[in-house]
Design a binder for this molecule. Structure first.
Ligand code: NZQ
Ligand code: ZN
Length: 391
């Protein structure tokens, strides 16, 4: 363990088939005006909307609705919610949906009472939060982002053509989140796989950094292996409760700051994906799947020990008579096999990227990196490899 850290996660989790039963007691802690935030209608189709409305009515809440939150939620939608919060003096923002709905709700929470233009202040300049916020809570229906137990809020500014993430302090984390794996049964297979690769990517973004002996890396290896095992079961039988509940909880653990303790972190794969999304509106996890292997092939030499360890501990690559480089690269081949055999996307062409978009995407990515700081030309090469499936 290399770095000092503070671990504090205030979100209360209710997990399981009966977890919605806890909503009533939680609602009693807040005053009457509730902003119910949801997406394009999936919560109505699975009957969850009616259940939640019944509980809100039973608690005599005044319910205002912000519906139609889109995947890759936009600044414009966030500001619509911010205006509603002020107009109706909202006491609690209840997000029912996936990462987009929860991320947007956090954005609404911090933006409603901001005196300055919030996107510029909080997402672009990443200034400290200095205005009143409104409590957020969530009922999760789509697994992957970890937004149910973290301060992340990723917002797309359509006019600026930028998708930007921001991690807010613990006061903005959901106060409570209700996780019922059965709600995820209706998630389309493509979205489910996208969410699963998002989990894998969160774990790898934190793992592929640092040269210390860190217990967080041991936890991450266990979580990646469990994700791979449960993915197979969930694809074969989407109503396998054990598989869906394991994946749901892994997703939360993967990005609730626990496995990032004392870790340097990378997050360049996410930075690149965010711009692919800004140009194509693709599913977040599929964007990550399409660029992860070419990105790691580009940087592995700078963290060779860790990539070797990954190959052996996660994918059981045989070591005998091989160089460290061979072992590391076989691990990345195994990662690509997992992506391909699970039916995930491995070329950005399949996300709608056109050849003439590659340069502008590369040039607008935020720069960072774990084992290697990369530049826009290197990102261009990584994108081109993915585009041509030449890796
Ligand atoms: O809009 P509805 O009709 O609800 O449909 C949604 C949406 O079309 C559907 N869906 C959700 N639950 C469903 C369901 N369909 C059927 N049955 C259900 N039970 O799934 C589609 C995708 O939903 P979305 O919320 O967009 O997916 P996800 O959870 O992957 O969220 C993606 C967003 O989160 C950001 C991403 O960048 C992206 O904008 N991220 C947030 C992070 C965080 N807060 O820490 C970290 C991540 O790295 C990520 O960047
Ligand atoms: Zn992600």
């Amino acid at each position: 363990m290399q770095f000092d850290f503070v671990f504090h996660n205030p979100t209360k989790i209710y997990f399981g088939k009966d977890s919605l039963n806890n909503l009533e007691q939680e609602l009693k802690k807040y005053k009457d005006n509730i902003l119910l935030v949801y997406g394009g209608g999936s919560i109505k189709r699975i009957g969850l909307y009616d259940q939640v409305i019944d509980i809100l009515n039973k608690c005599h809440k005044n319910v205002f609705e912000l519906s139609g939150v889109m995947p890759n939620p936009t600044y414009e939608k966030m500001m619509e919610g911010a205006r509603m919060v002020k107009e109706h003096d909202i006491d609690l923002i209840l997000a029912v949906g996936g990462g987009s709905v929860i991320d947007l709700s956090k954005g609404v929470s911090v933006s409603a009472y901001s005196k300055e233009e919030p996107f510029e202040k909080y997402w672009l300049k990443k200034e400290a939060l200095d205005n009143k916020t409104v409590p957020v809570a969530s009922i999760l229906t789509m697994v992957g982002t970890g937004s149910e137990m973290n301060g992340g809020s990723v917002i797309t500014h359509e006019v600026k053509n930028l998708k930007v993430g921001r991690v807010f302090p613990s006061s903005v984390y959901p106060k409570f989140s209700i996780l019922n794996p059965e709600y995820t049964y209706s998630v389309p297979l493509y979205q489910m796989k996208s969410g699963i690769f998002d989990i894998m990517s969160h774990l790898m973004e934190q793992y592929f950094s640092g040269h210390d002996d860190n217990v967080s890396d041991d936890l991450i290896e266990a979580l990646i292996k469990s994700t791979i095992k449960n993915t197979k079961n969930a694809i074969e039988n989407p109503k396998d409760y054990e598989a869906r509940s394991n994946i749901m909880w892994i997703a939360t653990l993967a990005l609730n700051t626990l496995v990032g303790c004392s870790k340097e972190q990378d997050w360049e794969v996410h930075a690149i994906e965010h711009q692919i999304s800004a140009f194509t509106d693709c599913a977040h996890g599929m964007g990550l799947a399409a660029i992860s292997v070419p990105y790691y092939q580009h940087i592995y030499k700078y963290g060779l020990d860790k990539f070797k360890r990954f190959a052996i501990n996660v994918f059981n690559v045989e070591e005998t008579n091989k160089t460290d480089e061979q072992i590391a690269l076989e691990g990345l081949d195994a990662l690509k096999d997992f992506i391909v055999s699970s039916g995930m996307i491995y070329s950005i062409k399949d996300l709608g990227v056109k050849e003439d978009m590659i340069r502008p995407i590369a040039d607008t990515c935020a720069l960072g990196g774990g084992y290697k700081q990369i530049n826009h030309d290197e990102i261009y090469d990584i994108l081109l490899k993915s585009y041509n499936n030449n890796y």
